[in-house]
Design a protein around this ligand. Structure first.
Ligand SMILES: [Zn+2]
Length: 396
């Protein structure tokens, strides 16, 4: 069993210890010490990072009471004395999140009448899983408000080791596993929980707990939130984004929502206008192009350039022309030729295959629509000449 220094002091960031065991597997080193301040991933809380000597610690595992430090560099041999250093910012974030979680779970019990089924304290957010898939949003908001009030009141958080009998006398929200000594985290008179994690000395250190969202999970609800440094960093990020957006839209943050909503309405109207104008333009151009249709032994065909049309509109343009002439339409966009066919016996794919056989073009498609290319701008007249020759020969 490794002595856990973080049990009695969640603020301890450096320590000396003796290597008890060291193994190497696939260039990953596993080191067990006689004692450690490194917190191993457990109870929903992620592990600490830091250094043992010069070796960065990338993972910490609780293996049947032994704490295993994982590193890519060797730490030392059994009997060696090593110095451990914990990454301070990460430890502080988890202390804040874990204490915030105790408070929130207590307040959710009081305001929503729901127990916490599981806890996630990760690198980008904290979460508690609550039973059922319909959490009352007002009650949840009240639980967050009550948690923030307890944070602002600078409530003392204490850690005590009790016997099972002593612990049984407390109104524990979260009961202990079977141990002779039970570690109880007490937040003022607000919450008592048996817990092995790292916590703050006072709720004031949390600063803020903010609701992110509530998502469905396994038929239950996952309430995601941010606390402490993570909530503050998130606040600055959101502030910077809203300021930048406000600047882009030449307004203030206060008026951002109404300005964005107005711009979205304008954009919808512009899209409708554009679609109507393009449709009118297409009708007019189709009429014009159809007048220049050519007759051949293989049927009616026409070749034209895409002009203002691009992407899907080029395909629609080609298809509309083919429909109007009951034959083949070829529309060039400067790179490729879109081929549409409404011919009785010559499909778009059939024509593309024959054209590819005559030059280095590549292409494909369906009976009614396809593409062929690349056709360089200077080669477009030559391309049309080849099509004319092919269709004059009675291709089908
Ligand atoms: Zn805890």
């Amino acid at each position: 069993m490794t002595e856990r220094l973080y049990y009695s002091d969640s603020y301890r960031l450096s320590f000396d210890a003796t290597v008890v065991r060291s193994d190497e597997n696939d260039q990953v080193h596993h080191t067990v010490l006689d004692r450690t301040a490194f917190y191993p991933t457990s109870g929903g809380q992620l592990h600490d990072t830091g250094h043992l000597g010069a070796a960065p610690i990338i993972d910490v595992i609780d293996l049947n009471g032994e704490i295993v430090h994982v590193s890519t560099n060797p730490v030392g041999q059994p009997g060696d004395l090593v110095e451990g250093k914990i990454d301070e910012a990460r430890r502080r974030r988890f202390r804040q999140m874990h204490t915030a979680q105790h408070l929130l779970s207590q307040m959710v019990e009081r305001h929503c009448g729901l127990p916490t089924l599981s806890v996630h304290l990760g690198e980008s957010y904290g979460a508690i899983e609550l039973p059922g898939n319909s959490i009352d949003e007002l009650s949840l908001a009240a639980a967050f408000d009550a948690s923030n009030l307890a944070i602002a009141q600078n409530t003392v958080v204490s850690t005590r080791f009790l016997t099972p009998d002593e612990a049984a006398a407390l109104p524990l929200r979260k009961g202990p596993s079977n141990h002779d000594q039970i570690r109880v985290i007490q937040i003022g008179e607000i919450d008592y929980s048996a817990c092995g994690g790292t916590h703050c000395r006072s709720t004031a250190e949390i600063g803020l707990i903010a609701h992110l969202d509530t998502r469905p999970q396994r038929g239950n609800s996952l309430v995601r939130w941010l606390a402490g440094d993570m909530a503050r960093d998130d606040y600055w990020q959101r502030l910077s984004i809203t300021r930048e957006l406000a600047n882009e839209l030449s307004t203030s943050v206060d008026h951002l929502l109404s300005v964005v909503s107005q711009r979205l309405e304008e954009a919808t109207q512009l899209r409708r206008d554009k679609s109507r104008l393009l449709s009118e333009l297409m009708s007019s151009r189709v009429t014009d192009v159809v007048e220049h249709r050519r007759e051949s032994a293989s049927g009616t065909w026409v070749a034209t350039e895409a002009g203002d049309f691009s992407g899907k509109l080029t395909s629609a343009f080609a298809s509309t022309i083919a429909e109007a002439i009951g034959g083949i339409a070829l529309v060039y966009d400067g790179t490729r030729v879109t081929v549409a066919s409404r011919h009785d016996s010559l499909s778009a794919q059939g024509l593309i295959t024959e054209l590819c056989a005559r030059s280095a073009w590549r292409g494909g498609g369906s009976d009614s629509l396809g593409n062929i290319g690349p056709v360089k701008p200077g080669s477009w007249p030559e391309f049309q000449a080849i099509v004319a020759e092919l269709l004059a020969g009675g291709a089908s």
